[in-house]
Design a protein around this ligand. Structure first.
Ligand code: MN
Length: 232
């Protein structure tokens, strides 16, 4: 658990070169797949083990491979924190903007997603985050409804988000594909993946049922940590 967490933090900070345990074929600056901080089956019955395995080991791994491949000819960009790439997409060479947007976004979004879920989770936040959610969205139940709506109504593949804006305030949004609130200068602290790969095996077309079940996996302690850190 401690090692997994450190691996995630190291990767998300883009300090991959400092970490140990790389595959021999990977260069020191490559991004690497953070270990899932719990078993594939840990989120059952809400999210099934097979979905978690394919989602983490195949989908997330592919975003990372595509990102690494795209940045191979751009050594100045390799190993930069993925957050930094996403916040400054238009400063990147035109040739890699879209591939970083899609695959860097995929890497960042999924790295966040694994940590904001967990076993024996769900319920409600506490403390400052609970107060902020309640005052911003007129209560926790209204917040849940709004974020669920944003996620369920996102047409096609994408995400529903709770983010801290540049003004320090909470906002609910949704994004297409692997676009991240980072691209708009916001800091996502909670996200729900509504790509069909996140739910189709168990829920088929019933995205609304998946999102309702997903709330039972939310690791509010991690969301609160991210809230505090986003507000500096
Ligand atoms: Mn996904």
């Amino acid at each position: 658990m401690i090692l997994d967490r450190r691996n995630f933090l190291t990767t998300s900070l883009g300090l991959a070169a400092a970490a140990t345990g790389f595959a021999k074929s990977a260069s020191a600056a490559d991004y690497s797949l953070p270990a899932l901080p719990y078993d594939f089956k840990a989120l059952e019955p809400h999210i099934d083990a097979r979905t978690m395995e394919i989602h983490h080991d195949k989908h997330h791994a592919t975003y990372i491979k595509n990102l690494n491949d795209a940045l191979k000819p751009h050594s100045a960009l390799q190993g930069k924190p993925v957050e930094e790439l996403l916040k400054n997409l238009k400063d990147l060479p035109t040739a890699v903007q879209m591939v970083v947007r899609n695959n860097g976004g995929g890497h960042y979004n999924h790295s966040l997603f694994w940590t904001i879920m967990g076993p024996d989770a769900g319920g409600k936040p506490t403390g400052k985050l609970a107060e902020a959610i309640s005052s911003t969205f007129n209560g926790f139940d209204a917040f849940k409804t709004q974020l669920s709506d944003a996620a369920v109504k996102r047409f096609g593949s994408g995400w529903g988000w709770l983010s801290v804006g540049k003004d320090g305030k909470l906002a609910i949004t949704s994004s297409p594909n692997q676009d991240s609130p980072l691209m708009d200068g916001s800091t996502p602290i909670l996200g729900v993946d509504v790509w069909e790969h996140a739910y189709y095996l168990k829920y088929q077309n019933k995205r609304v049922d998946y999102v309702a079940a997903w709330w039972n996996t939310v690791n509010w302690a991690e969301v609160a940590k991210r809230y505090d850190s986003a507000r500096g």
